[in-house]
Design a protein around this ligand. Structure first.
Ligand SMILES: *[C@@H]1O[C@H](CO)[C@@H](O)[C@H](O)[C@H]1NC(C)=O
Length: 216
């Protein structure tokens, strides 16, 4: 009946506006994270606004190169709500990424953020892969000053393809973007995912999975 369709439409419309894909808007000027609070909320509880200071909205040290002496040859220095309490409820954060020559930032995803990255120094091959069933690899080589965006949730990576070190700065659309590094999550979970599951998923011999699991 037409009346039912109208009623259904009104109900559907009223639900539309509660389905947020991104972080909710703040309900006050700011909500500086109170790391000492034991309150369980979505985000972190607010400090008393009367007791906040400029330092709550500030972070120092992003001029310092990260230590890239590790297996992948890169280092991410995060500035999220953990390092900068004033980011709480604001839906934004940033990172510095240093790359040694041939270094990579291995395939990973941010479950809660889109990332926009600019190359400050050097040259980076970057890419992301679209979801099933296409799994299209969108990739490009960036030079100093170039900007690239990694859409929320998609697996992405960077590789230093220049002669020297490379440096990037990126902004992310969450106070707490989260990182899932594919190799670590799949082969380094605690406890392990059963190796016969991974052998079937990756279509390889179980001994290859065992070897990968010892590395992560
Ligand atoms: C960088 O990390 C490596 C490996 O953990 C360590 O041996 C080295 O001392 C670090 N270098 C600096 C300058 O901290």
């Amino acid at each position: 009946m037409a009346k039912n369709i109208i009623l259904f439409s009104i109900i559907a419309l009223s639900f539309c506006c509660f389905a947020y894909a991104f972080e909710p808007s703040p309900l006050q000027d700011f909500c500086v994270a109170d790391a000492t609070s034991s309150a369980r909320v979505n985000g972190v509880a607010c400090k008393n606004p009367m007791s906040v200071s400029a330092n709550d909205f500030s972070f120092s040290g992003l001029h310092l190169p990260g230590n890239t002496s590790n297996a992948v040859g890169s280092r991410v220095t995060p500035v999220t709500v953990v390092q900068l309490p004033g980011l709480n409820t604001l839906g934004i954060s940033m990172v510095r990424i240093d790359y040694a020559p041939t270094g990579i930032n291995p395939p990973h995803t941010h479950p809660r953020a889109t990332e926009i990255l600019t190359v400050v120094d050097g040259s980076l091959e970057v890419g992301f892969v679209t979801s099933n069933p296409d799994n299209k690899h969108i990739t490009k080589v960036l030079q100093k000053g170039d900007v690239f965006v990694f859409p929320v949730g998609l697996v992405h990576f960077q590789r230093n393809v220049g002669k020297g070190n490379a440096l990037a700065i990126a902004a992310l659309s969450s106070q707490n973007p989260g990182v899932i590094t594919i190799a670590n999550a799949v082969f380094g979970s605690k406890p392990d995912i059963a190796s016969d599951i991974l052998a079937k998923a990756f279509q390889v011999d179980k001994s290859i999975v065992d070897q990968l699991q010892t590395k992560f």
